[in-house]
Structure formats: C-alpha cells, structure tokens
Design a protein around this ligand. Structure first.
Ligand code: DC
Length: 227
C-alpha cells in the first residue's frame, strides 16, 4: 500500500488501543505514537517537582523545562517515552501516575503543549497515533479514524492482568476505580473531551480476538488507501 495516511485510534482507557495501533504500525511499516505516554510523562515531571497544575503560570513555567521524545528500544524495537532524555517508559505505567494523569491532561496549557508536538509528528504521515482526541483535535482530517470500545469488565480484567505482572499486590477494585475515574474525567473535561469523531468507525473488541481486530482494521486501511 503505497499511499501513506494518518490513522487515529481513540477510545476508552484499556480497550486495546495501543495493541491495535502497534499491530497496524508493524503491518504497514508506519510509526506508532502513544500520545497518552506524553501526558503520563508530563504527570511524572509534575509529581516529581511538586508542580501545582491548578496554577497557570507555574504550569507554563514547568512545561518550558520539559522535553519529550520517543526513542527506540533496540531489544524490543518499540518506541519508548523519554522525559528530558531519561527513559521513563516503565515509570509512567505505575498506578501513581494513572491516578493523576487525567487531571493533568485536562489542563489547557498541557494539552496545547502536547497537541503541538503530536501534530508535528504527523507531518510526513505514515503514522498510527492512539489517544483520546486524536481524531477530533490533533488530526481532524486524518484519512482513517477508529474509535475503540469494550465492556468495562473486559477492560478492567485486561488492565489488571497487565499491572499484576509488574505488581502482584495490585487490587482489582483499585484498577476498576481508576479506569472509571479516568473515563469520567477524560470524557467530561472542557478541552478536547474524549468523544467519537463523526467520521470515525466504531470498533467494539469485547468479544473479538486480536487477530480479528487487526483484520478488520487492515480492511479499513485498504479501502481508504485504494479510494
Ligand atoms: O492512553 P493512556 O491510558 O496511556 O492515557 C493516559 C491518560 O492521558 C488518559 O487517562 C487521558 C490522557 N490522554 C488524553 O487526554 N489525550 C490523549 N490524546 C491521550 C491520553
């Protein structure tokens, strides 16, 4: 498929957006960009430096000191998040970050900061970016927009398994509470709330396998590219 496009994947927390985005990027030889990792890295910086994100001037000053970039992990060949040249990929997946990231991602200055960098990454197309506002705000003209959803019980189970591997003390109830809280904040914030773009295609993967979802998405890509 020679025509290069931008593919956006938005949706609720833990419904498999990054899994599908990575699968697609691999198949198409595109770059995968995890926009949520950028909000998580900003959150890590704010927590480490005790930044009061309700204070506009303090937030803007702090953002001036943040440099984000994605770097390739040579072993896994995956792109990982760097905060001021430190690989923070592992640290940003912690529940401490998940607990605060939606509040920080709702701050207008933080969104302006992240969205500008995300838009630059799309200059040459051939990217798959996942997040919450990619099809609505970051790339409203993207050629293919997918909006993912899955039953809450399925999403909790998936996130729990993922976190349990790192931390066996994790409690299912806490994972569920965190997902519900993030869904609420992400879809109710004033700036770029999570919502399905009018021209997005809905993909509910509660009952389908990873292979089936990839097949479905590749068919969509083929249709768009051959149009
Ligand atoms: O995709 P994720 O769970 O890593 O995202 C972490 C948080 O970042 C999520 O709760 C909402 C926020 N986010 C956002 O507001 N906009 C995006 N494009 C991506 C993530």
């Amino acid at each position: 498929m020679s025509k290069k496009i931008i593919i956006t994947i938005d949706g609720w927390s833990s419904c498999g957006k990054s899994t599908l985005a990575k699968q697609l990027a691999k198949e198409l030889h595109y770059t995968y960009i995890d926009s949520g990792a950028m909000y998580r890295a900003v959150t890590l910086y704010f927590l480490r430096h005790h930044i009061d994100w309700t204070d506009d001037a303090e937030t803007k000053n702090a953002l001036n000191d943040i440099h984000l970039h994605f770097g390739k992990n040579e072993k896994s060949a995956e792109c990982e998040m760097f905060l001021n040249d430190e690989n923070v990929e592992y640290l940003i997946r912690d529940l401490i970050i998940a607990d605060k990231v939606s509040d920080i991602a709702a701050v207008a200055a933080v969104r302006t900061f992240a969205v500008a960098q995300q838009q630059k990454m799309g200059t040459h197309k051939a990217i798959v970016m996942d997040g919450r506002d990619i099809g609505t705000t970051v790339f409203p003209n993207a050629a293919l927009k997918i909006f993912m959803t899955a039953d809450i019980a399925v999403r909790v189970e998936r996130r729990f398994k993922e976190m349990f591997e790192k931390n066996p003390n994790i409690v299912l109830r806490d994972v569920k509470a965190n997902l519900e809280m993030r869904d609420y904040i992400d879809s109710n914030r004033e700036v770029s709330p999570l919502k399905m773009a009018n021209d997005a295609i809905l993909l509910d993967n509660s009952k389908i396998s990873m292979e089936q979802q990839l097949k479905f998405a590749l068919q969509l890509v083929k249709k768009v590219v051959e149009e």
